[in-house]
Design a binder for this molecule. Structure first.
Ligand SMILES: *Cc1c(COP(=O)(O)O)cnc(C)c1O
Length: 404
């Protein structure tokens, strides 16, 4: 069990006030808050070992390089990747997906098919649309049911086509649906397609095992797991990373450069052009350590209690509808109240110190599916409490009275 007071004291921001009220932070789906160990590790890096990596013989450069590579190794172990050079540092999920989609431009032919799902974030839709425009490949969509669950029988039918690549999220940011990705990965492979998993919303709640999943690519952002913004990971199977061309050209990614010809560096450097976010990459390892110290079993238990409690309490409000009622879901509650614009509810909640996200959550096709402009989304983290949910429920009731 979590010592929730101890956990909350790890996050300085949780004790601040907003609009004269204690902050209730329920926008964890957009970004998580940061514990003191992470905040301090950033300062410590700049105070003690700041230098460019992989470039200097001097002591500081070696210290910085070692810390960066140790972090890569830590993340490799966390994901259970077979090889450290299958773990690439990126600036986030968006960058990782663009790196892969750009690489596939040299592989896809006109008439090839790329599958995404009806549940995707824009960053797992638009890069594939751009890829299809460039290559003449065709984008197709795995549909969902009204609970927000993907329809696997339809996925199987689509896989009978000329599918070369599937891109699907592990967990939906807008609805919280947990997709059956292990099964989806096996089916993609059986159909001869590669598969990328957008794990941005999964890594805050669980520890993915990329070898057990057998996915070809797995991407996520550091800032949603207590790490710094501008950090992220692209895991790719070695064979795929060797096959894809580099994404950006520059320093660090080369073996030899002349004006006639350049040869590329080995993995992972081939995909890590230029000076990276060194502090960020190192501190992402600190964040992963922190999450593991809290423990994913504890995280899941706390969050599942919050989800059950929050769902029950919010549904007691007349006229409130929850979007996303999948059997397997994480601690996200997306809702609307009859005839009231989500933005208006969000603005009143903010006055009461409660941070939620309102709008389409970068997933407009999901909103189109339900025929709504957006939702109010409360997304809970392990450091949230039932008392905070009570405050949300009280505030939503008040907002409803004021607005109807
Ligand atoms: C947040 C998120 C992204 C985008 O992540 P960035 O950190 O903005 O690059 C992509 N997919 C999902 C499911 C997300 O939740």
């Amino acid at each position: 069990m979590l010592d929730i007071n101890k956990i909350r004291s790890d996050f300085p921001i949780l004790s601040r006030q907003i609009n004269g009220k204690p902050l209730v932070y329920f926008d964890n789906g957009a970004t998580s808050q940061k514990p003191t160990v992470v905040i301090e590790a950033i300062a410590k890096y700049y105070e003690e070992i700041n230098a460019n990596i992989h470039r200097g013989v001097h002591r500081l450069s070696q210290l910085a390089t070692d810390a960066y590579e140790q972090s890569r190794e830590k993340i490799r172990a966390h994901l259970n990747a077979a090889l450290a050079h299958e773990v690439l540092f990126t600036s986030g999920t968006t960058f990782g997906i663009n790196l892969v989609s750009n690489g596939f431009a040299s592989i896809l032919k006109p008439g090839d098919e790329v599958l995404v799902s009806a549940l995707e974030h824009h960053s797992n839709i638009v890069p594939w649309q751009m890829l299809c425009e460039r290559t003449g490949a065709v984008l197709k969509v795995i549909p969902m049911n009204t609970h927000g669950e993907l329809i696997i029988s339809e996925y199987e039918k689509l896989l009978a086509g000329n599918v070369k690549l599937v891109a699907v999220n592990h967990i939906s940011n807008a609805l919280g649906t947990v997709n059956p990705i292990k099964e989806m990965i096996a089916k993609a492979h059986a159909a001869g397609a590669a598969i990328l998993i957008d794990g941005a919303q999964a890594v805050p709640h669980l520890k993915p095992d990329v070898q057990e999943l057998d996915c070809d690519f797995y991407v996520f952002s550091g800032h949603k797991i207590c790490g710094p913004t501008g950090t992220g990971i692209l895991y790719g199977k070695e064979a795929w990373l060797n096959k894809l061309p580099p994404y950006q050209g520059g320093g660090e990614m080369i073996k030899e450069v002349s004006f006639e010809k350049t040869t590329y560096a080995e993995l992972p450097h081939k995909f890590e052009a230029g000076t990276p976010n060194i502090a960020g990459g190192i501190v992402l390892g600190t964040a992963v350590d922190y999450m593991n110290a809290v423990g994913f079993e504890n995280i899941q238990q706390q969050e599942s209690e919050l989800l059950t409690y929050g769902t029950q309490k919010l549904l007691e409000i007349e006229g409130l509808t929850i979007f996303g009622t999948a059997k397997e879901k994480t601690s996200v509650i997306s809702f609307n109240i009859n005839g009231i614009h989500p933005y208006d509810i969000g603005a009143i909640l903010d006055k009461m110190g409660i941070a939620v996200r309102t709008g389409h959550h970068c997933a407009q096709p999901i909103m189109q599916f339900f025929g709504i402009p957006g939702t109010v989304r409360a997304s809970f983290a392990f450091y949230n409490t039932k008392e905070e949910i009570d405050m949300l429920v009280t505030a939503v009731k008040k907002a409803k009275m004021m607005l109807s």
